[in-house]
Each structure stands twice: as C-alpha cells, then as structure tokens.
Design a binder for this molecule. Sequence first.
Ligand code: URA
Length: 248
Amino acid sequence: MLVRLDKFLADSGEGTRSAVKQMIKQGRVHINGIPAERPDVKVDTDIDEICVDSRSLIYREYEYFMLNKPAGVISASNDKTQKTVLDLIDIPKRRDLFPVGRLDKDTEGLLIITNDGPLCNRLLAPGKHVPKTYFAKVRGNVTEKDVEVFRNGVDIGDEELTKEAELILLGREEDETGVYSLISLTITEGRYHQVKRMFLAVGKEVAYLKRISMGPLKLDDALSSGAWRRLTEDEISLLKQMGKQDSK
Ligand code: URA
C-alpha cells in the first residue's frame, strides 16, 4: 500500500503530523537507509523500510486492542474533563482509535478498541445481533420467572420488546448491604443501558456489571482491570468473520 511518509509515521504512533514533519526536517527519518527529505513522499508499506532514529517501524493500517475496562473511565476517544478508555492505552499510539460500542462509566470488562471503522460499523449494525455476555450482581433474588421473561422479551420502554436473552442464575451472595444474585446475561442488541433497564423492568437493580464476551471474543483472564493487549491474528480474523456474516 502506498502512503505518505508523514501519515505512515503518525499512524505508527510517532507523533502528530506536524511533529513528524519536524522529525523529517531534523534528519531523523530514513527510507531504506537514505535520509527522508519530504513529508509528502509516498512509501510502499510492503516494501520500504522506514526508520526513526535507526528504529525500524512496521506499518499497520488497522490496529485492534482488547481492554479490560475498569469502572470510572468513559467509553470515548477523548474528553476534556474525564478519563477515557483511550487514556489507558499507554503507548505512543495513532490518533484515530475508538471503542467498538460503549460500556457505561461504571461498567467493567471487555472493550475492543480499533481504528477499523468499516468493521466496527458492521459489528454494531442494527440487525447484526452480535451476542454480548455480561456478568452481573443484582440486588435481591433473580428468579426463574425472570429467566422466562428475559427469554420472551422485556418491555424496557422502547417501541419494541428486547430480543430473546439468555439469563443464567449463577448463585447468591450476602453481605451487610443485603442479598445479591450472581447472573450471566447474553443479549444480542446494544440498546442504551440495556442490561440495567432489563432488570429495572422486573423490579431489580444491577449493582455491578462486567462484560465478559462479545461475539467470538472472550475477555482475557490474564488482563487485570485497566490492562490491555493487542488482539492476536486469530482473534482479528474471528472478528472479521463475524462482521461478514449476514445480518438478520
Ligand atoms: N448494559 C448496560 O446497562 N450497561 C452497559 O454498560 C452495557 C450494557
């Protein structure tokens, strides 16, 4: 693929377009061992070797990260006042990354971050129905009746009932603040505050929420809260396959 040298450098996390222009001027950038002279020169990402201060760079058109989102950060690319999920990716990084969908500020767990807009649009398209599984602690006793209601669709105040969802009762916990049900819930839509609103519709409150899978991707147990890693090639192709499947 042919790209401008300044785009190559900026996309590789070397800095803003103006910062990388400066690096080129300072003679810090080499193309196949020859000092680069102009930011607009086209380089071939498959053939040319681009080095900054003798460090060889690998160009990735698209990047994919898995983040174990902690509570307290927002699912946005940037924000003037609040910490965002992008602030947690603590490497020099390209500036066009964004989260695939949103988790509430107090929700934890699996969030995919990428700059692959077309794939993101396909995964989030209405009608795509990518399954998302959440673990939750719900105040009070979640019952078999709730399991049935969730299976048949819940009125959460939207025009349509929610689609069939799989609610599994995992256990109970009790502390000085009361009794909690531990559950797993798989939904195939992404409506605003959907899990919390589904429980509210059956008179219950979600006290803790964590996403543990999205389509074929499971949250990596090795990622502590706030930690991230790049997706493996296998995970990327699983996501792409999911994006290709026909929407219903
Ligand atoms: N449903 C919610 O209520 N909140 C989330 O963050 C995700 C799903």
